[in-house]
Design a protein around this ligand. Sequence first.
Ligand SMILES: Cc1cc2nc3c(=O)[nH]c(=O)nc-3n(C[C@H](O)[C@H](O)[C@H](O)COP(=O)(O)OP(=O)(O)OC[C@H]3O[C@@H](n4cnc5c(N)ncnc54)[C@H](O)[C@@H]3O)c2cc1C
Length: 278
Amino acid sequence: MPDKRKVYSVEFYPPRSPEGVAKLRAARTELAPLKPAFFSVTFGAGGSTREGTLSTVLEIRDEGLPAAPHISCIGGSRESLRDVLAQYRSHGIRHLVALRGDLPSGAADVGDFRYASDLVGFIRQETGDWFHIDVAAYPEYHPQARSSGDDLTNFVRKVEAGADSAITQYFFNADAYWHFVEACAARGVTVPIVAGIMPILSASGLARFSDNCGAEIPRWIRKKLEGFGDDTASVRAFGLDVVTALCAGLIEDGVPGLHFYTLNSASLTAKIWQRLGL
Ligand SMILES: Cc1cc2nc3c(=O)[nH]c(=O)nc-3n(C[C@H](O)[C@H](O)[C@H](O)COP(=O)(O)OP(=O)(O)OC[C@H]3O[C@@H](n4cnc5c(N)ncnc54)[C@H](O)[C@@H]3O)c2cc1C
């Protein structure tokens, strides 16, 4: 029996074309019957997707589904972020995922906030307890972190600044997740740390993504994926087995929830969800 106290959620990005809007609608239609706790929608650096994030969130809510926009602070001013918060608030949005974000290459102006902990502090200062705030966590450590110890300290800062819960970067190595959770507990962190899950849609896409965000693809998985070449069906079938087994193990060991990075494509997330009986 699935444990209803666990939080199972999914993530989308704002579509950039009419085809993308239609694709995302189809993804929502497929995922809605599974009743995710919420659908989150990403936010581009410097507010580049600001309107797209909001309109996607509002469209999801109009369908009667719970939605949480992301907000990122890099490249943004206090004023612009105050506006985004006011906009979210005026629509009755109560749940945010608060991030630093990454500056596009070549951009020099970091804006008024350097780190996500500054953003969380700002949100609390401006809006009190209005929002439930999720922040990002990195079981395999953030690629820019000076050391694992520093990164842990910086994660704790976000919780101390007022985060209510966290969602991790995706990982395939459950030991890294549990090690991180234990290290957080030893530092007095009590907020739930939900595991981010990446279904495997394509081997090359996963490799590219992982290089950028510092999530490790274990050698045996990488080798198997390379061996399938262009055989997408085999990549996905293997990926489904690997990711379902990862999720099943995490649930058995007491993870507080799973957050699926859907990349606006529902089928693999839906299959994993059904296999797990969530
Ligand atoms: C669940 C999830 C959702 C995401 N959604 C989005 C999104 O919608 N839009 C987007 O652009 N990106 C998104 N990202 C990516 C994220 O923005 C990047 O990983 C970014 O590089 C770091 O963001 P952060 O919020 O973790 O930053 P931070 O927590 O600020 O950490 C960034 C780096 O700075 C270091 N650091 C933090 N505080 C300090 C300090 N006081 N002194 C020194 N160093 C410090 C940390 O150790 C880390 O190396 C998401 C990531 C996750 C895991």
